[in-house]
Design a binder for this molecule. Structure first.
Ligand code: KIV
Ligand code: ZN
Length: 400
């Protein structure tokens, strides 16, 4: 068993103090985004990597969406040992039964039900009254409870729902047997201050609140998904739903690696742990890029090529003296490496260091000339490689 899962709680609310559960939805919300769909084989490769990463819950798919998705969820459910395997379902009998069937082989299964609750969605998408929505949710939860170890209820578009109505539908959901209450910011509209207010309100007003945990599920339409997830955590959410590289509908979901490393790097502030084996973050991110064919942006936090790369002379000089000057976390902690990139912004210290690494014994006079020639090359091209340096040194030695 992955050590990250030892002591995993699976619904034991009390022992969750100090621990945030990571619910990974790369294989469901992530793959729903254009350009990121994954077939069964790709999903299996990712599912194994996510298990090794130490996620608590893997949302494997939406079984009613297609026969291949059903088969992928069923295979993941049969194969994985440590994480809870979740399957998405609308509050409809067909979806719920398909999810239950796909999850049959799981050691620990969860049906994830969702139903819109905001006025806009109630009126225009569902055409239902407040009470009708509540009744549909309750009936669906009763049905799902008989088919899985646990039930999560998501109030779609929760952050644009009237708080008192949201508290009411969540109270009914707990009564019907849901043990995870998810308040998604479906359209990425909320702000950190607002989500804090909503989660505090829910914790104070949902009946039977001790029988469930609150979950946040934030989208990135305004670039605040990670900030909002952390804000929800600070207001009592003990599960966050997120994806590798932040992939997901439209601008994406909250990025798992960013939430995890924020909690890890600022642990004295949050005082919360996750079960994530952080050294697996970079390899898992790269595997996702490989199976989807979508490159990770260079400047992506935590896992982008530039996340631990330094080119400017001032930064490189600082880094050579003390890594903490320009790195707030160790690249090894996320399974990556620091790179000092040589380019037009680099200084003498970094050039000398690289030449020493390449086994050149270099005095100050040589360095003066080579540095001048290096700057000329750096002005012509974006970066200067080791091969360029060997050529420069060869030319210098030939001239002298
Ligand atoms: O964004 C959303 O509301 C969802 C739900 C299905 C949880 O993805
Ligand atoms: Zn979503």
């Amino acid at each position: 068993m992955n050590p990250a899962h030892q002591g995993s709680t699976h619904g034991d609310v009390e022992s969750d103090v100090g621990r945030v559960r990571i619910f990974d939805t790369t294989l469901r919300d992530g793959e729903q985004a254009p350009g990121f769909s994954m077939d069964r084989r790709a999903k299996m490769r990712m599912a194994h990597a996510l298990e090794d990463l130490g996620v608590d819950i893997i949302e494997a798919g939406f079984p009613q969406a297609s026969p291949d998705d059903f088969a992928a969820v069923a295979e993941i459910a049969r194969t994985l040992k440590a994480p809870t395997v979740a399957a998405l379902a609308r509050c409809q009998a067909g979806d719920i039964d398909a999810a239950g069937k796909a999850l049959e082989g799981a050691r620990h299964s969860r049906i994830h039900l969702f139903l819109s609750t905001s006025p806009l969605h109630r009126e225009h998408k569902l055409g239902k009254s407040k009470q009708q929505v509540i009744d549909i949710a309750a009936e669906a939860i009763y049905r799902a409870k008989a088919l899985a170890h646990e039930v999560e209820f998501s109030a779609e578009d929760a952050l644009r729902t009237e708080p008192d109505y949201l508290a009411e539908i969540f109270s009914v959901a707990v009564e019907a047997g849901a043990t995870v209450l998810n308040a998604p910011d479906t359209v990425g509209y909320t702000t950190p201050a607002e989500i804090i207010e909503m989660f505090r309100y829910l914790r104070a007003n949902v009946r039977g609140v001790d029988k469930a945990i609150f979950s946040a599920h934030c989208h990135d339409d305004l670039g605040m998904a990670v900030a909002n997830s952390l804000a929800a955590i600070s207001a009592g959410a003990r599960q966050v739903e997120c994806t590798i590289n932040g992939i997901g509908e439209r601008a994406g979901n909250a990025a798992l690696e960013e939430i995890v490393m924020a909690l890890h790097t600022r642990r004295p502030l949050f005082k919360l742990d996750t079960g994530i084996v952080t050294q697996h973050l970079y390899p898992t991110s790269r595997l996702l890029a490989e199976v989807t064919g979508q490159a990770v942006p260079r400047n992506k936090a935590i896992v982008g090529d530039n996340a631990f790369a330094h080119e400017s002379g001032i930064h490189q000089h600082g880094m050579l003296k003390h890594r903490g000057t320009y790195e707030i976390m160790s690249p090894q902690d996320v399974g990556a490496k620091t790179s000092l990139v040589l380019g037009k912004h680099s200084g003498r210290h970094a050039l000398r260091q690289r030449l020493v690494e390449l086994d050149y014994d270099i005095d100050e006079t040589t360095l003066d000339t080579v540095f001048e020639r290096f700057k000329a090359v750096a002005d012509r091209q974006r970066s200067v490689t080791n091969d360029d340096l060997v050529a420069l040194m060869g030319a210098y030695e030939a001239d002298n």
